[in-house]
Design a protein around this ligand. Structure first.
Ligand code: 13P
Ligand code: SF4
Length: 321
């Protein structure tokens, strides 16, 4: 399916059409916090990677899961709930982390470290999950690392920043895959320090995919859902938000009286005008959602043998989460 051309009649009321098709298809719409505001607003459930994986697993009544996020998230939905038709608005909505750790390269790394336990961040393909012992997300990673028996060496990937953060938190040494998120690694500690000086009293909250020098400035570090809960429950009034800007929409709704300041990025390339937005997440649009529900395409499909192998490390994670 083309990601650039939309054959949708421009006079259609997309909100009404999506509602009609959602009903007709018995579809549940799951959306990540990095989606555009309109998409977050039409979702049946919003969440971080772990919450959305659980929503997908528990979608008993739905016949269709429409996943508004990126490919590895929709793939995870299919792995945990294979009898459902899983569709994604744009098949090309990938993830820089997932791209950086293909299964064949992970296999070579494992062969060099045969005694290691392989913990993979959920931001990876089904084939890479299938090579792993256990999966983690940013909200349960600390718990997952602590669950690995003491003395057992660990390979952690693909995110070296999350890995370094976990090593500090748990005191556990790990071998790290050299991957990083293209969005979170553009954040500049100098600019954050400037923002903090301009907004005295503002708390800096950050996603653990940020680099170490950025996290060193943070008052709180957590997954997207944890950042949201922190802003809701904390007694402060102003927050500098160190993650993809999509989450500001739901944060504003959840805590309307609080001031939210998106983190600026370092202008590493003059051409980049919005490095704090995930270009993959932003491929999804209301038009593509409408088409996906209408045509039940593009679908996530995978060989049953691969699904079974990818399911095992996910089930180990879900049992602990
Ligand atoms: P969360 O699980 O914290 O929502 O993170 C997903 C992600 O891709 C962050 O870039
Ligand atoms: Fe992947 Fe980064 Fe986009 Fe998250 S923000 S989906 S880690 S590229």
């Amino acid at each position: 399916m083309s990601t650039t051309q939309s054959p949708v009649d421009p006079t259609l009321d997309l909100f009404a059409e999506i509602d009609r098709l959602r009903e007709e298809r018995k579809a549940v719409i799951l959306a990540h916090y990095y989606q555009d505001p309109d998409i977050q607003d039409i979702a049946d459930h919003l969440g971080d990677s772990l919450e959305l994986a659980k929503r997908a697993r528990d979608a008993k009544d739905a016949e269709v899961i429409l996943f508004c996020g990126v490919h590895f998230m929709a793939e995870t939905a299919k792995i945990v709930n294979p009898s459902k038709t899983v569709v994604i608005p744009d098949l090309e909505a990938g993830c820089s982390l997932a791209e950086q750790c293909p299964a064949d390269q992970l296999r070579v790394w494992k062969e060099r470290h045969p005694d290691h336990y392989v913990v993979m961040y959920i931001n990876c393909s089904a084939a890479t999950k299938a090579e792993s012992d256990i999966i983690c997300t940013s909200s349960n990673a600390e718990k997952i690392i602590r669950s690995v028996p003491e003395g057992r060496p660990i390979l952690f990937g693909p995110d070296k920043n999350l890995g370094a953060f976990l090593m500090k938190k748990t005191g556990r040494a790990m071998d790290l895959w050299p991957g990083a998120c293209m969005v979170h690694e553009t954040f500049s500690s100098q600019k954050i320090a400037t923002l903090k000086a301009q907004h005295p009293g503002a708390k800096f909250i950050a996603h653990p995919e940020c680099e170490d020098h950025v996290l060193a400035l943070a008052d709180f570090v957590g997954s997207t859902s944890r950042l949201l809960t922190f802003v809701q429950q904390d007694e402060g009034a102003k927050y500098i938000v160190g993650t993809e800007t999509g989450i500001l929409h739901t944060m504003h709704k959840a805590a309307p009286h609080k001031e939210l300041i998106p983190v600026p990025y370092e202008d590493r390339t003059a051409a980049c005008q919005g490095c704090n937005q995930c270009p993959h997440m932003k491929l999804n649009t209301l038009e593509k959602i409408y088409l996906a529900l209408r045509d039940l395409q593009p679908r996530i499909e995978m060989a049953e043998e691969l699904r079974q192998r990818a399911l095992l490390p996910l089930e180990r994670m879900l049992a602990i989460s």
